[in-house]
Ligand binder design. Structure first.
Ligand code: GDP
Ligand code: MN
Length: 400
């Protein structure tokens, strides 16, 4: 789970990691005055709160010298759809704006803590030269990026933090502050079960303070149960359908295509999506109903798939293992009766008691297309989706 900058900086402050004074977050430009007052005297920095980096270069971070300028810029940024070099071509609407007191920057540095999978331990990544060109630096002068493995049992030790400080040319009077900062950052990473904690830039101000001006925290999803305050808030990047699916225990990811896939098992779901693609179609989702795949789960899965207006056909591909195909067939029937199917349904069953399962479906009178293999199912689903026009007017007629 990605945290927004202000959430990350709230965690920093709670752990004594110094940041610039903040006026908090606003959602409307009209709320700017309160925020400016809370931040203290200007100039201020206005920062779009979105879950993609590279905001600065895309106009999402701006400095305002007067309240009037702040109001105008707030209005501008809150209306922006940010396209940054990290947003993968997508335009991310800005819904929240952070107002901090701006500081005079003497130097920008980079510090992060991440997981090094090869070394199987966390590492501190740091550079004396931080800021918006860090990706460029990593490419052109990788030797300027320091990497320090840490023992998660003890965290960052004083001598390690000091050696980092020397290599990063942290000014001598800030040595103690830096050591405390780096140790707290590593402790935050460990305590929060983070997969990344990043400060870019970590600045030395003209007044000689050391401040974390930006903050990024990623919490490992599998550890969210240990952080109920964030588990409760939910994933800000999840779509409404993804949230609904999560609530009922379905492993669901929305995609761009028009064939709704309902599959049991993540591997089979991947293979199904690949087959749909190979047959010239495009999956509307990844959906793994899990090993249980009972009527209840299948019904919920149908409901969620059908809420996606793009869906032109549904492909059910279920492998009966411990769960017999007869049980699954009954589940599909029960679900199809409860949910009004507005698009063609292609069903492929395989596994234990497959013949009996297919017979149950064939005798049911429910309009559906049965398929014998994964490839057969994918082709039939693609054909069915193409037979439904844009308004979904032409319904599937025959069961084959
Ligand atoms: P990012 O581009 O999404 O990583 O956003 P950042 O929060 O890192 O801000 C981008 C850049 O804006 C920073 O690298 C700084 O150079 C600049 N910046 C941010 N806050 C301040 C500030 O208080 N004063 C000044 N002068 N520059 C700032
Ligand atoms: Mn940054």
């Amino acid at each position: 789970m990605k945290l927004l900058e202000y959430e990350a900086k709230d965690l920093f402050r709670a752990r004594g990691i110094p940041t610039a004074p903040t006026g908090g977050v606003i959602k409307k430009a009209a709320q700017i005055n309160g925020a400016l007052k809370r931040a203290g005297r200007g100039p201020w920095v206005l920062k779009a709160q979105v879950l993609v980096g590279g905001r600065g270069k895309a106009g999402g971070v701006q400095i305002a010298k007067t309240p009037k300028e702040a109001r105008e810029k707030a209005k501008f940024i809150l209306g922006l759809k940010l396209v940054t070099h990290q947003s993968h071509g997508q335009a991310v609407p800005v819904k929240e704006l952070l107002i901090d007191r701006a500081v005079d920057i003497e130097r920008e540095m980079y510090v992060s803590v991440a997981m090094d999978r090869a070394k199987a331990c966390p590492i501190v990544i740091a550079s004396a030269e931080g800021g918006m060109e860090i990706e460029e630096l990593a490419k052109t002068r990788p030797e300027a990026i320091l990497k320090l493995p840490i023992d998660p049992g003890v965290g960052l030790l004083d001598y390690q933090a000091r050696s980092l400080a020397f290599k990063m040319k942290v000014p001598a009077p800030l040595l103690g502050t830096f050591v405390k900062f780096a140790k707290s950052l590593v402790k935050l990473y460990l305590d929060m079960d983070a997969s990344l904690v990043e400060v870019n830039p970590l600045v030395v101000t003209k007044k000689g303070e050391l401040l974390a001006l930006d903050g990024k925290v990623l919490i490992e999803d599998n550890a969210l149960y240990r952080h109920p305050e964030f588990a409760k808030r939910g994933d800000l990047e999840a779509s409404a359908l993804e949230k609904e699916a999560k609530k009922v225990g379905l492993n669901f990811i929305a995609l761009d295509g028009d064939i709704g896939c309902l599959v049991n098992g993540a591997g089979l779901a991947m293979a199904t999506m690949d087959s749909v693609k190979l047959a010239g179609g495009s999956p509307a989702n990844f959906l793994d109903v899990g090993g249980g795949a009972n009527a209840e789960q299948v019904t919920r899965a149908f409901q969620i798939i059908l809420k996606d207006a793009k869906v032109r056909a549904i492909l059910v591909n279920i492998f009966g293992g411990i769960m017999k195909c007869t049980t699954i067939a009954e589940g599909v029937l029960a679900a199809a009766k409860r949910v009004k199917l507005k698009v063609p349904l292609v069903v492929r069953l395989e596994g234990t008691k497959v013949e009996e399962g297919k017979e149950i479906l064939a005798k049911s009178g429910l309009a559906m297309i049965q398929a014998d293999s994964l490839w057969d199912a994918a082709q039939k689903a693609v054909r069915a989706a193409k037979s439904v026009d844009a308004n979904g007017a032409k319904r599937m007629a025959v069961a084959s």
